[in-house]
Design a protein around this ligand. Structure first.
Ligand code: UD1
Ligand code: CA
Length: 458
């Protein structure tokens, strides 16, 4: 069994009117990237050599999202066979396997695509392999008519054209196919639109292949991987299925998820073993976490690297460009953006650290703010190793706090602080002996006087 090279045509021409959206359907995100990008990644994983995405007119954002894969435009929506024809032209003279996929059906797995390619390589050499499935509700899906004896696929009938006997068939057409690339063009050229919808049906190529003496076969997939997105409701369903997969992948990889259903991953979230993720954590794109880290509840993390043994949250917000070093600690109600929190540093409470470096072992007191933006420009704050920033300090960037320096609590720091210096930038304290007691006595007397005057009047 030798596998041929593989190319793919991804149909993505539909706007998806039921999405009620200004953007093309396949651009809606699941797990942090457009649906169509998930499909392209799966095709990469099976070493697909060439992929063309068939788009509708004016879908430049899809073209950008799928680049460097080429796109082909289907100008009029004449049916699935017509869409595939538009794509095929862009594949040149490709003679291997051609997979036909749908941009709005993004959950199809590598395993299923590989099973289809293996079926293509069987001795019977089927010209067309169709991915079938048995949905709970066969509804409007095309039905797969198979030979009772050898299981070969005889034809696909669209629901609206099926006889009652055919409608009773539970095996349905997912739409996904693997076709012999040297034959596909010839089949498509002979598809006509003499049918209920007046469309060019891709499904007709099964009958055409058999007319030419070739066989066709069915491979079965799971309904879960074949959910198509036509509405926001289905978009959410697909997200749920994908999140379950990502949670399972994390746990299989050695990550503890205390309450998996409440943790949201992006497609590329990467977490090493023995890290614990508490409930209600959201990972946006580009998050990498080392081992033995602890991500506490209600944290929102994106574009961030977190080192081994680091601790983050609860209620932390880590924005793009954040690096949390090994063993560093980021505590509750802390926001960090574009900053390096070096090894063992601590930012434990109620701080904003943006465009900054916090040197290893430094301690940032509660309520410290890096004032990185003056309304026009962003500036950098550099905090040296082992520095100590007292609580409620404002560090007005650009500013540099030297190694081992101490900033007194409540300081507004506008000038650089040398290494090992103590910086105090706040009003000086004055204690007046006995003045509080005197003040209290004065107020009490005033209150008593007011009360007596009121009684006299009443
Ligand atoms: C198609 C199949 C049906 C199958 C079902 C699975 C045909 C004739 N029928 O039916 O057997 O059970 O899919 O969902 O193929 N598209 C284009 N250009 C077109 C027409 C369609 O790009 O001109 C794309 C659509 O955006 C969609 C996909 O192809 O992603 C399927 O098209 P749709 O019209 O929904 O086909 P169905 O009638 O559902
Ligand atoms: Ca459909």
């Amino acid at each position: 069994m030798s596998k041929k090279k593989t190319a793919a045509i991804v149909l993505a021409a539909g706007m998806g009117t039921r999405m009620k959206s200004a953007k093309p359907k396949v651009m809606h995100h699941i797990a942090g990237r457009p649906m169509v990008s998930h499909l392209l990644a799966t095709l990469d994983a099976i070493k697909c050599e060439q992929t063309v995405v068939v788009v509708g007119p004016d879908m430049e954002d899809v073209e950008r999202a799928v680049a460097p894969n080429p796109t082909a435009v289907q100008t009029d929506r004449l049916g699935t066979a017509d869409a595939v024809k538009a794509g095929l032209a862009a594949l040149g003279n490709f003679k291997g396997n051609i997979l036909i996929l749908y941009g709005d059906t993004p959950l199809i797995t590598e395993q299923t695509l590989n099973a289809m390619l293996e079926a293509r390589a069987e001795k019977s050499n089927p010209a067309v392999v169709v991915l079938g499935f048995e949905p709970v509700d066969p509804g409007e899906y095309g039905r797969l008519v198979t030979d009772d004896e050898d299981g070969e696929l005889i034809k696909i009938v669209e629901a609206r054209e099926a006889t009652p006997d055919e409608l009773a068939i539970s095996l349905c057409n997912s739409g996904v196919m693997a076709v012999d690339g040297s034959l596909l063009g010839g089949f498509l050229a002979r598809v006509n639109n003499n049918n209920a919808k007046g469309e060019y049906y891709l499904t007709d190529i099964v009958g055409l292949a058999r007319d030419d003496g070739f066989s066709a076969a069915v491979v079965e997939g799971e309904e879960d991987e074949l959910v198509g997105v036509n509405s926001r409701y289905e978009l959410a369903q697909v997200e749920t299925i994908l999140q379950d997969r990502l949670r399972e992948r994390a746990m299989k990889g050695g990550v503890t998820l205390v309450d998996p259903a409440t943790v949201y991953f992006s497609f590329d979230t990467q977490i090493d073993p023995d890290t614990i993720v508490e409930p209600n954590v959201f990972f946006g794109p580009s998050v990498t976490i080392g081992k033995n880290a602890h991500i506490k509840a209600f944290s929102h993390i994106e574009g961030t690297f977190i080192g081994n043994g680091a601790s983050v949250g609860p209620f932390a917000r880590l924005r793009p460009g954040t690096n949390v070093g090994d063993g560093a600690r980021v505590g509750n109600f802390v926001e960090i953006k574009n900053a390096d929190i070096e090894q063992g540093a601590k930012v434990n409470h109620l701080s904003y650290v943006g465009d900054a470096r916090v040197g290893s072992g430094a301690n940032i007191g509660a309520g410290t703010i890096t004032c990185n933006y003056d309304g026009f420009m962003k500036s950098h704050t550099d905090i040296g190793e082992g520095a100590f920033i007292g609580s409620n300090s404002a560090l007005v960037a650009p500013v540099k706090i030297g190694d081992g320096a101490v900033v007194g609590a409540g300081s507004t720091i506008t000038d650089d602080v040398p290494a090992d210096a103590l910086a105090l930038a706040r009003g000086q304290q004055k204690n007046i002996d006995g003045a509080a007691a005197k003040l209290r006595e004065k107020k009490r007397a005033l209150k008593e006087k007011n009360k007596q005057e009121k009684n006299k009047k009443g």
